[in-house]
Design a protein around this ligand. Structure first.
Ligand code: AMP
Ligand code: MG
Length: 271
């Protein structure tokens, strides 16, 4: 059974996050070194895929990353997403909207960042913040955020109809692991810059965020834009599972080298 099948949120079902062990390693019984060796091999496969995707210029891949603070999005980008050639890949970090962005609908800035044909787009946070932080902090009335799940599904279906393959990863960490990672930020001089006092406010609303995540996972996992819940307390398993699912996605997309427009064998390159 594939990692995609193991970790996908089946459309229409509600994942019980409390019942999914963040320290689990579904589908893998090797150790950290074995996982890292496998990721190395998958990185080569992903690099080859990216080049074919670019050459074919007919499809796009959109990778959405969501997690609580300390969930490991940045580490995942460094260790797995970096396999893609930066020339054809754009990582977009979505932070608190600007005044200009707030004057538009919530998908305006997101749509502008969607990958064109041949390109890979990575969302480090995404339009899902508009049903997560926005909902928990009550930044808009409930009627507004409630309406957004179907808007998101329609939007993602539009991208999918335009040859964009969408995969969405929720990096699932435990409350204990988040504490460990926060403590590292406070103690390690190389990590202190990541410390954000607002992360404690978010941590204090842990249950609200879990509930908001479960709604997003249930209401917005679709055949054309599935959610995957990645147990992420073990960074090596997180990297492995995401790399495996990306490779499975790449195999399904299977971009083809374009046929040359003329017979290349007949071309003579002069001395
Ligand atoms: P970081 O990812 O640590 O750089 O932090 C980015 C911050 O921007 C997080 O606290 C997000 O919750 C916040 N953010 C992202 N998108 C939105 C949004 N649409 N509305 C409000 N806050 C957002
Ligand atoms: Mg942060």
């Amino acid at each position: 059974v594939s990692f995609s099948d193991l970790l996908r949120v089946t459309p229409g079902t509600r994942p019980d996050l409390a019942a999914i062990d963040p320290r689990g390693t579904p589908g893998f019984d090797g150790d950290k070194a074995a996982a890292q060796a496998r990721v190395d091999a998958l990185r080569d496969e992903l690099a080859d895929f990216q080049e074919r995707l670019w050459a074919e210029a007919g499809q796009s891949l959109l990778v959405v990353l969501q997690a609580l603070d300390g969930g490991g999005k940045d580490g995942l980008i460094r260790k797995v997403i970096s396999a893609f050639n930066p020339q054809g890949t754009r990582v977009n970090g979505f932070v608190v909207p600007t005044e200009e962005e707030l004057r538009h609908d919530f998908l305006w800035r997101v749509h502008a960042a969607a990958p064109g044909k041949g390109r890979i787009g990575v969302f480090n946070r995404s339009h899902y913040e508009d049903v997560l932080v926005v909902r928990v902090k009550q930044l808009v009335p409930e009627s507004v955020w409630q309406d957004r799940y179907r808007r998101i599904n329609d939007f993602e279906a539009l991208l999918a109809a335009n040859s964009t393959r969408i995969v969405k990863f929720y990096l699932h960490i435990s409350r204990e692991e988040q504490r460990e990672r926060f403590l590292k930020r406070l103690q390690d001089p190389k990590k202190g810059w990541k410390w954000d006092p607002a992360d404690l406010e978010t941590r204090a609303k842990w249950a609200d965020y879990q509930a908001a995540y479960m709604d997003a996972l249930e209401l917005c996992s679709t055949d054309s834009a599935p959610w995957f819940v990645i147990p992420a307390d073990h960074k090596w398993y997180r990297d492995l599972a995401v790399a495996e699912i990306l490779a499975e996605t790449a195999r399904a997309m299977d971009p083809q080298w374009p046929e040359p427009e003329e017979d290349l064998s007949a071309i003579v390159v002069p001395d």
